[in-house]
Ligand binder design. Structure first.
Ligand code: MD3
Ligand code: FE
Length: 205
């Protein structure tokens, strides 16, 4: 493992999870997908589907449809509460952040080889004092991030399976996105592609 500071508040923990830990986490995810299958969120207003598929774990899940972005307590298709956040992710949160309260949301993003995520800010949470933690599994992704405004310089970094990133302080409001997936770069996921897990605190502690 190597720890790299990419910008103020942005820490990259390369290969934080071993192959065995990645496979364990994948099994925990797959078990939960039976109760909380992936779905395609829709863009606010236009209703255009996202290119990524999503689901959530935890007491609150991030959701989007024509009515807008929001946090909801139930899966939109099953109407059931989201499954619990895997213990290994809660341990990672405690190890890498000093927030003092657990995350409420684990957003799970699944990228096929053509999926991407445009440059955006995460600003649907009230607890902007809390960091965000991201775990990458599967194929490499080209991650791009900039500053607190949409214009201005950006940096790109390749995220690989087992990498963990934390965003805190000034980085919490930074613009970020996924430009592309490098299909076939990992053998972790049976069908290929990439899964990203994002842990967030939504309400103030
Ligand atoms: C920086 N996901 O779900 S993870 C998202 O790889 C999202 O699926 C990307 O952006 C993915 O909103 C990027 C890295 C990430 C996540 C949240 C952040 C970076 C962040 C929140 C604030 C600043
Ligand atoms: Fe984001």
């Amino acid at each position: 493992m190597a720890v790299v500071s990419l910008a103020p508040g942005v820490t990259l923990w390369r290969e934080k999870l071993s192959r065995a830990e990645q496979l364990d986490l994948l099994a925990q995810i797959q078990e939960r997908l039976r109760d909380a299958p992936f779905y395609k969120p829709l863009m606010p207003k236009s209703g255009t589907p996202f290119s990524v598929e999503e689901t959530n774990f935890g007491s609150l899940g991030w959701f989007s449809d024509r009515a807008g972005y929001r946090y909801v307590a139930e899966h939109p298709l099953t109407q059931k509460p989201w499954p619990a956040i895997p213990g290994a992710l809660l341990a990672l949160w405690d190890e890498t952040t000093a927030y003092g309260a657990p995350p409420e949301c684990c957003l799970v993003n699944r990228y096929g080889s053509a999926a991407k995520m445009g440059l955006h800010q995460d600003r649907d949470e009230q607890a902007l004092d809390a960091p965000v933690l991201s775990v990458s599994l599967g194929d490499d992704a080209v991650f791009r991030f900039g500053g607190a405004t949409r214009k201005g310089p950006t940096q790109s970094v390749v995220l690989s399976s087992g990498d963990v990133l934390t965003f805190g302080g000034p980085a919490r409001r930074m613009f970020h996105g996924i430009d592309r997936i490098r299909a076939g770069s990992s053998t972790l996921l049976p069908g290929g592609g990439r899964i990203n897990l994002t842990l967030r605190r939504v309400n103030p502690k």
